[in-house]
Design a protein around this ligand. Structure first.
Ligand SMILES: Nc1nc2c(ncn2[C@@H]2O[C@H](COP(=O)(O)OP(=O)(O)OP(=O)(O)O)[C@@H](O)[C@H]2O)c(=O)[nH]1
Ligand SMILES: [Zn+2]
Length: 219
């Protein structure tokens, strides 16, 4: 029988999250109109005519798209969990692999596309499976570096569940390395964050790695 965990168990995570929120989800200091004006300026700087038919609504679209791609700033763990943490005497690894990931690199605001694999070994509490993907998505929809994204997912789970261990692996391709700059299509960056028994016990880590082993490919 599973029972929902009361909200106070979120306390230690939401404390961390609150700090993150203070710096990220404060009310925008500029209006949508000002942001649109900035996009219009960019278009002119690129040599375009922002008043031609195809571009008239582009500033509006770009601002809306960027707001969507960074909507993780306006979310909190509390809200996305919706109470879906349950008491359960499970002691085996829980793994959700191949979760599609769309993020934006903070250096160039270009896409980071890839997958994340998230595992934990419970210690009296389990989390709704979809919430693993939602947590990944919340952090992905911010301006990121892949290392921080990976760590944030691991830290969130560690704080929420105090499990025996957490493992997060992100495999991603960075459009700033593909479409520009060094121009290396086909390169993949792999980052991991191991906590608890995944950090301490090579066999547990190996089991996780075996379970996620596959050829990384983004469809
Ligand atoms: N560690 C890390 N670096 C990243 C990530 N995303 C982009 N970068 C790197 O951030 C660096 C920024 O370097 P700069 O030299 O300031 O910028 P740049 O002139 O655009 O660099 P190039 O991409 O080499 O042309 C580049 O090496 C990028 O590849 C990430 O998620 N993690
Ligand atoms: Zn970049």
């Amino acid at each position: 029988m599973t029972a929902q965990i009361p909200a106070e168990s979120l306390a230690n995570v939401t404390a961390n999250e609150t700090l993150a929120q203070i710096s990220t989800s404060a009310k925008p200091r500029v209006s949508d109109e000002e942001m649109q004006q900035a996009v219009r300026t960019l278009l002119i700087g690129l040599g375009e005519d922002p008043d031609r038919e195809g571009l008239i609504d582009t500033p509006k679209r770009v601002v809306k798209a960027l707001q969507h791609l960074t909507s993780g700033y306006n979310q909190s763990l509390d809200e996305l969990l919706n109470g879906a943490i349950f008491h359960e005497d499970a002691n085996e690894m829980v793994l959700v692999r191949d979760i599609d990931l769309f993020s934006s690199c903070e250096h160039h605001i270009l896409p980071i596309l890839g997958r994340v694999h998230i595992a934990y070994i419970p210690n009296g509490k389990v989390i709704g499976l979809s919430k693993l993907a939602r947590i990944a998505e919340m952090y992905a929809r911010r301006l990121q570096v892949q290392e921080r994204l990976t760590n944030q997912i691991a830290e969130a789970l560690q704080g929420l569940l105090q499990p025996q261990g957490v493992a997060v692996v992100v495999e991603a391709t960075h459009m700033c390395m593909v479409m520009r700059g060094v121009q290396k299509p086909g390169s993949w960056t792999v980052t991991s964050a191991m906590r608890g028994c995944f950090a301490d016990d090579a066999r547990t880590r190996r089991e996780f790695m075996d379970l996620i082993r596959h050829t990384p490919q983004f469809h």
